[in-house]
Design a protein around this ligand. Structure first.
Ligand SMILES: [Zn+2]
Length: 125
């Protein structure tokens, strides 16, 4: 389980953990996802609408971000609640939106793919 976290955060294929999921650097912008793994041929979106479920993961990450920023704000503001905290929370949420979008899709794929057991493979040339 812990061994799967490193390739997950590096946006590697959930089947072989070697091929890249995104075409460009995964850390900037929304990025474009490849259709299949260039290393093992695993198809990332194996059925239409597969990534709709990643919205649940994205929602959970968004709430965790808001709670985390709220807790951090407690150290920098005198009052327990200040309207500027909302600005900080929304600003952080928007700044992390591309990262949240990508990592939630990758987490969703890792939920449903066991290493080396892909049933959706593209024949390699
Ligand atoms: Zn792969």
């Amino acid at each position: 389980m812990i061994k799967r976290l490193r390739p997950l955060f590096l946006y590697k294929c959930p089947n072989c953990e070697k091929g890249k999921i995104y075409e460009k650097s995964p850390f900037f912008g929304f990025g474009k996802m490849k259709e299949s793994c260039s290393h093992c041929g695993h198809i990332y979106e194996w059925e239409p609408g597969f990534f709709y479920g990643a919205m649940y993961v994205s929602y959970a990450l968004g709430v965790a971000t808001l709670v985390g920023v709220f807790i951090i704000c407690q150290f920098f503001f005198e009052r327990a609640f200040d309207p500027w905290m909302i600005a900080w929370m929304i600003g952080t949420l928007l700044a992390l939106a591309p990262y949240n979008h990508k990592i939630s899709r990758v987490i969703w794929m890792y939920f449903f793919t066991r290493k080396g057991r892909s049933k959706t493979l593209v024949q390699q040339k």
